[in-house]
Write a protein that binds this ligand. Structure first.
Ligand SMILES: *Cc1c(COP(=O)(O)O)cnc(C)c1O
Length: 234
């Protein structure tokens, strides 16, 4: 089991290198976030041993169990919260995570800022954009992003880093590029207004090549590293 995860990681890293070269980018500008939802602390340890440092989790109770189980790696692993956020979960996120990718309203951002412990550095956050306009999907409409980014940028205990999206699943490299390009253009437009975003969190197992081509700085990859998720842990 451990060696499968190590091998998968190696394959993903090679693909990141190849596609970075093809897009004229330095592979070091693409951070791999290993999405470990539904997988065990042992699986995370296996990936960590194979050199993976950043992990993404979606479900709070499951995440807190794994963070507790891996407490010896505290400060060595970087924890990213990437799931929908209920307001009663903000304190645990503010206390236990280094990054949050899924901010979609000011109320949640305010609570995270208020609850971020003073002994920790500011919490890194991305605003989630509903880039495909799907009614069922979380995230803010593109037209409302600039205003929310500006409001969140004023919160003292948060550091607004960029934008995140989960486009609707489509297949084929060329058409997969479209939503990622749209997110990058939104990102550029916001920076042109004087903000200083440095993070585009986009691309998952089936579309990370397209995301890298369009400028992703964090790709969030689960299945291609850990295998198919066979159950829902929450
Ligand atoms: C599960 C998940 C991923 C990873 O998806 P895979 O298809 O398994 O790579 C990435 N981002 C978010 C927000 C997720 O919930």
């Amino acid at each position: 089991m451990f060696s499968i995860i190590a091998k998968n990681l190696e394959v993903v890293r090679r693909r990141i290198s190849a596609i970075s070269i093809a897009s004229g980018r330095d592979a070091a500008t693409v951070q791999l976030l290993a999405v470990s939802k539904t997988f065990s602390a042992d699986d995370i340890r296996a990936a960590y041993t194979a050199g993976q440092k950043a992990f993404g989790e979606n479900y709070m109770r499951e995440a807190l169990d794994k963070i507790a189980e891996l407490h010896l790696l505290r400060g060595l692993i970087e924890w990213h919260f990437i799931g929908p956020i209920q307001s009663n979960k903000t304190r645990a996120i503010a206390e236990q995570f280094d990054w949050v990718h899924s901010i979609d309203r000011l109320k949640i951002a305010r609570r995270l800022s208020e609850q971020r412990p003073t002994h920790l550095p500011p919490l890194n956050v991305c605003i989630q954009v509903n880039i495909s306009g799907e009614a069922s999907k979380g995230g803010v409409a593109p037209s409302d992003i600039a205003a929310l980014v500006c409001d969140v940028a004023l919160l003292p205990r948060l550091r607004v880093r960029g934008l995140m999206s989960i486009p609707e699943p489509i297949f084929g490299l060329h058409i997969q590029c479209t939503p990622h390009r749209r997110l990058r253009e939104l990102f550029n437009a916001i920076n042109a207004q004087g903000l200083n975003l440095d993070t585009l969190s986009m691309g998952m197992s089936t579309d990370f090549s397209a995301a890298i081509l369009e400028g992703a700085t964090i790709i969030r990859v689960g299945t291609a590293i850990f295998g198919t998720r066979t159950y829902l842990a929450h």
